[in-house]
Design a protein around this ligand. Structure first.
Ligand code: SAM
Length: 234
């Protein structure tokens, strides 16, 4: 974990926070032997491709201190846990349909003593129609979960009018956006821009698609699983 700390401090993260990232890394590697959490395990790769990639979301400029955020399809906690370790004032909800991953996340929250952080086990299609969660978040983030048309149906229902859905995407961001334009509009979103960003030491093309929620989502959405993925709104 020394390498993680070195890379993160070299990239402007203070020593105390970098050490906490190191502890998260240790837990990730330990648990990854029992349950499938990540294919990337080498220290510097985790530092760049998971941790620094996830906290690049702050360069979007829309994440105010204290914001309420939901991470849809968080898996091993990406990007939600790195976001919380970087800015402890955020209130973050981690949602995933796989209970084994939720158990891991609960353990991380407990061991790292993270307050203002909760987990939800279940599908976005079900929580998106639940009054306690629908249109209750300033921001919804999601990385590597589904194509943008499907993801918009899973994510936009959680966002308050005036808030943002940030889709963290790879090199096919523009292509996906093209195919999802109709869905985004239908769900009450407006595309503001695609932010292309670099992570030192990686050659991967990273993009954040910034979608503002400009009107309430019709109660027709999200549809029940598996409709959003089998019949995307395109
Ligand atoms: N966001 C993480 C990352 O960037 O490493 C995990 C990505 S992993 C490829 C996709 C995750 O989304 C899985 O953990 C899966 O269980 C979850 N997922 C997929 N569809 C979902 C849905 N409809 N509702 C909740 N979770 C979902």
């Amino acid at each position: 974990m020394d390498k993680i700390i070195e890379i993160l401090t070299d990239n402007g993260i203070d020593k105390a926070k970098s050490k906490t990232f190191g502890k998260y890394y240790q837990m990730l590697i330990e648990w990854n032997e029992k349950i499938n959490l990540t294919a990337i395990t080498e220290e510097s790769e985790v530092a760049f491709k998971h941790f620094l990639d996830c906290i690049s979301v702050f360069t979007s400029g829309v994440i105010a201190p204290g914001s309420s955020i939901i991470d849809v399809g968080t898996g091993a906690g990406f990007p939600g846990i790195p976001m919380k370790l970087y800015d402890s004032s955020l209130n973050i909800t981690l949602l995933d349909s796989l209970n084994k991953r939720i158990n891991f996340l609960n353990e991380v929250i407990s061991v790292l003593n993270l307050s203002g952080m909760t987990t939800l086990h279940g599908r976005a299609e079900d929580y998106g129609v639940n009054k306690e969660h629908r249109e209750k978040y300033d921001i919804c983030v999601s990385r590597a979960v589904a194509n943008l048309a499907t993801l918009s149906e899973l994510c936009l229902p959680f966002v308050k009018v005036g808030g943002y859905f940030i889709a963290m995407k790879g090199p096919k961001a523009s292509e996906e956006l093209e195919a999802a334009q109709k869905a985004i509009k239908l769900l009450g979103g407006r595309v503001e821009k695609i932010i292309n960003y670099d992570i030192s030491d990686t050659d991967y093309d990273h993009n954040m698609i910034m979608i503002k929620k400009i009107s309430a989502t019709s109660t027709k959405y999200p549809r029940k699983a598996p409709k959003p993925s089998k019949e995307p709104l395109i």
